[in-house]
Design a protein around this ligand. Structure first.
Ligand code: OAD
Length: 232
């Protein structure tokens, strides 16, 4: 029998229990940094070394981080479902946990990219991009992340995956950032949907939604039991 397609839409809260900060919680990254100074094309024009430093710090933390129980449960669910992860996160914890299909909407911190040849990306085995590090053609390298004001190249494929969802799980995201947050509305009305987040996230007009107001690890444990017991 063909496995049902289980689509996960994850955000920063997914990795909170792995020790990585979210953006909009108390003491989140955007409380300590100004988005315009570190995560926009204008910031890169104005002060690239500051931008590189911001992402170098993030990358060092990701190098040391390990997947939490929620990442691992999502990977395990591949035994029962055709799992596709769509993540807003730039860390690699879904992959480290063993998930085989992961689509990054906002880029990947562990890759660098040429500023002159956007299709030239490089897997990084060390945590730092320095000002002066270049591709083979001599162009400066930048983080392979999507900055505010830039296009989201994987949006179309993300939409297609959501349209095919038999079940949708939204986890650890404030759903504040568009166009990413719109993707959940492409899942069919009839598909059961679950939202796991400790905060009271308001989602309007999403059919067939059950909210599990818990942190990722506890919430995913509960949801795994629901999925397997109910043979969804
Ligand atoms: P946010 O920081 O906006 O939201 C994080 C969510 O995680 C909130 O709803 C928290 O309640 C929840 N949360 C906190 N701890 C949690 C835990 N232990 N388990 C589960 N959930 C928890 O992060 P995102 O929604 O991911 O974009 O933000 C979206 C985008 O905004 C990011 O991809 C990034 C950021 O600016 C770019 O940089 C382009």
């Amino acid at each position: 029998m063909q496995k049902k397609k289980l689509v996960i839409f994850s955000g920063a809260g997914m990795s909170a229990e792995s020790g990585l900060k979210t953006f909009r919680d108390n003491d989140g990254l955007w409380e300590n940094y100004r988005v315009e100074e570190v995560a926009t094309p204008e910031a890169w024009e104005r002060d690239p070394e500051m931008v590189l430093d911001f992402y170098n710090q993030r990358r060092k933390q990701v190098f040391d981080a390990t997947p939490n129980k929620a990442h691992k449960i999502i990977a395990e669910l591949e035994t029962y479902f055709d799992v596709e992860v769509i993540t807003q996160n730039i860390d690699n914890l879904h992959e480290k946990a063993g998930s085989s299909k992961v689509l990054h909407l906002h880029g990947e911190l562990l890759k660098s990219r040429s500023t002159a040849y956007p299709f030239k990306t490089y897997a990084m085995d060390h945590p730092v991009i320095n000002w002066g590090d270049t591709c083979e053609q001599g162009a400066q390298l930048r983080p392979h992340v999507v900055w505010f004001g830039e296009e989201v190249p994987n949006l179309g494929i993300g939409q297609q995956i959501c349209e095919e969802a038999d079940i949708l799980i939204i986890i650890g995201t404030s759903l504040n950032v568009y166009p990413a947050a719109n993707l959940i509305f492409f899942a069919p009305d009839k598909a059961p949907k679950f939202l796991i987040d400790p905060a009271n996230i308001s989602v309007r007009d999403l059919a067939n939604l059950k909210i599990i107001q818990k942190k990722a690890e506890e919430g995913m444990e509960e949801l795994k039991a629901i999925l397997l017991e109910r043979h969804l």
